[in-house]
Design a protein around this ligand. Sequence first.
Ligand code: IMP
Ligand code: MG
Length: 187
Amino acid sequence: MHRDIEKVLITRDQIRARVAELAAQVAADTPFDPGESDDGSLVLIPIMTGAMVLTADLVREMPFKLRMGLVAVSSYPGKSMESKGAHIASELPADLEGKHVVIVDDILDSGHTIAVLRELVARHNPASLRVCVLLKKERDDGPSVAEADYVGFSIPDEFVVGYGLDYDGYYRNHPEIVTLKPEAIEA
Ligand code: IMP
Ligand code: MG
């Protein structure tokens, strides 16, 4: 795996520190019932599979009652490095009405994934709806169609892998955010 890596954009230590900050911000902005610091009203919706590493680290920095309901969205099938449009491939978690919902994803790129999911979740009348991503890509061809409320790091318009992000299903387990050598990527 290491021989496929071109350069490291974000190190393990940088990610660890930033994820703790994100968790603290999400918690601080969640209007829990007065006098009861964990009323169980927070629901995280991690978008599989990219958000699994971030979510695992995020929730362990959130020491209060919360629920998680995964959704599957596919936008980069196979060896594609360009979004093919977002398709929700699973049902939303139940009982979102009146809850403080936070959609979690690895990266905000074109924004279509977040836009589609935001709209679907909003139909269930959550008390609040926020989006948390580790990365936001500063795209050369203009801004994305959705915004995130919490962004770990902004990155240049490059294809990256690691910490949940994949190329053709691989490299999600790499603990840093890296780019791949051209020869590791099939044309
Ligand atoms: P969007 O709908 O274009 O915002 O795409 C978001 C999804 O595309 C993310 O959930 C990722 O799974 C994937 N994605 C976008 N950029 C990258 C990248 O640089 N590397 C790996 N996956 C990416
Ligand atoms: Mg994804």
